[in-house]
Design a protein around this ligand. Structure first.
Ligand code: 5AD
Ligand code: SF4
Length: 432
């Protein structure tokens, strides 16, 4: 059997794209997955271009692939960096056999047949709607509900790499969820770059759910499905109807990502985020009031062009007020084809670094307190991984990583766990 080595960078959509490529390859001829580069007949790197660092590392990484690969092994570059660099990848690294953009992953078996194939178009391609049935995790399935993004956040390269936003008809989404559940999934994560903008554009008149709240209602009717998550939502589209559904639908996990980006209304304007600091705080307050044990995560960029000390202080203020349970924080990284890269008032690296450290340090204290507050509580855990030391790991409804001692009998089951100990990113407890 042929062997496939696949490295996946970036977001959940990339992880799902990798699963889809594996499924498509297997339809044609069976592959086994290998972690060993030297054994592989096919080497794929599924890239991310959201920040510059991984992009600049790409060429040294594929250089290693070239050196270590066995004779005749093919190398493919796929995903977001493939989308925005296209042909340039083959020009700079002629040993790369194919380049396949993030919106073109359904063509994986086609590009394998052609030397130096480059497929990076971002026009509508409905063959992308139905994804293959390969799942990395048997208990948790990821399901795409939309492709691309129509927002024009001035820092973000995604609209360039993944193209215009289009929503997948809910009938297809429901079928995919049903298939996943029939194959053992208990939980589904609905995926989209702007997931709660579902229904923005369909290709033609489509029956069924017309917006995200309706889609959540439809998906939650799937029998046997126990948990629903979704990523990534946009704070602007968190209307009251959606918050009601989030709070009151028992299948929806009480974990929500609310990407702030900046706490300064002025910077949010320059980012073209479409909301103010007040709107963001109002949404988070509402979520916390409606769902007291909710876990809120966020993304924050520091050092965006024009960010002053006063702007950064607004971000720290939001951190203090919302007390995020999880924070993903980044230094601003200028990206090609984005408006902010051309802004004249770029922030010095040293200042951005200082702000990042301050933000992360304060968040760590908040996170510690938030995790400690879980001790003594009973949480519902879906167990998914048996560790070698006799412990079983799973995620609480609120998305926290929980360990108990136990055996494989727990795998795929949802159990109540009493939390007895907390570390910064892990909880420990006993099944009750
Ligand atoms: N620089 C730094 N961080 C960025 N992100 C997106 N674009 C950039 C950029 N140019 C961050 C945002 C987004 C997350 C996925 O990555 O916070 O929410
Ligand atoms: Fe990275 Fe964005 Fe592409 Fe996901 S969509 S892989 S985060 S650039």
């Amino acid at each position: 059997m042929k062997k496939l080595y696949i490295e996946t960078l970036g977001c959940a959509m990339n992880v799902r794209d990798s699963e889809h490529m594996i499924a498509e390859l297997n339809k044609k001829e069976p592959y086994t997955l290998t972690q060993n580069l030297e054994d592989a007949d096919l080497i794929i790197i599924n890239t991310c271009s959201v920040r510059e660092k991984p992009v600049s590392k790409l060429f040294s990484e594929i250089g290693v692939f070239k050196k270590k690969r066995k004779a005749g092994a093919k190398i493919g570059v796929t995903g977001c960096t493939a989308s925005h660099l296209g042909e340039e990848i083959i020009k700079r690294a002629p040993y790369v056999d194919f380049v396949l953009g993030a919106r073109n992953v359904s063509k994986i078996t086609k590009v394998l047949e052609k030397k130096h194939a480059v497929e990076v178009a971002t026009d509508y391609d409905e063959s992308n709607y139905v994804f293959g049935e390969f799942r990395t995790n048997p208990y948790k399935a990821m399901v795409n509900i939309s492709i691309g993004c129509d927002k024009q956040c001035t820092f973000c390269i995604v609209p360039v790499t993944r193209g215009e936003e289009i929503s997948i008809p809910s009938s297809l989404i429901i079928q995919e969820v049903q298939r996943a559940v029939a194959n053992g999934a208990k939980e589904v994560t609905l995926l989209g770059q702007n997931v709660n903008n579902y229904g923005r554009r369909f290709s033609g008149n489509i029956e069924g759910a017309q917006n995200f709240t309706e889609l959540l209602q439809e998906v939650s009717k799937v029998e046997g499905l126990e948990r629903i998550r979704f990523t990534s939502p946009h704070p602007l589209h968190m209307d009251d109807a959606f918050l009601e559904e989030f709070a009151n639908n028992p299948k929806i996990c009480k974990q929500i990502h609310v990407p702030l980006q900046s706490g300064s209304t002025e910077i949010l304007k320059r980012m073209k985020r479409g909301y103010t600091k007040e709107w963001f705080l109002d949404r988070c307050n509402k979520i916390r009031t409606m769902v007291p044990n909710v876990a809120i995560s966020t993304d924050i960029i520091v050092g965006f062009p024009g960010e002053s000390d006063a702007d950064f202080a607004e971000t720290m203020d939001v951190l203090e007020q919302v007390r995020f349970d999880t924070l993903f924080s980044f230094k601003y990284s200028p990206r090609p084809h984005t408006a902010a890269a051309e802004y004249p008032d770029q922030v010095a690296e040293a200042i951005a670094q200082k702000r990042l450290a301050m933000l992360q340090e304060r968040h760590k204290e908040i996170q510690k307190e938030s995790m400690l507050s879980q001790v003594g509580k009973k949480v519902e855990v879906l167990f998914e991984e048996l560790k070698s030391d006799g412990r079983v790991a799973g995620r609480s409804n609120e998305g926290r990583l929980v360990y108990v001692s136990g055996s494989e009998e727990l795998l795929g089951k949802i159990k109540k766990v009493e939390v007895t100990e907390a570390k910064l990113t892990q909880l420990f407890g006993v099944v009750v």
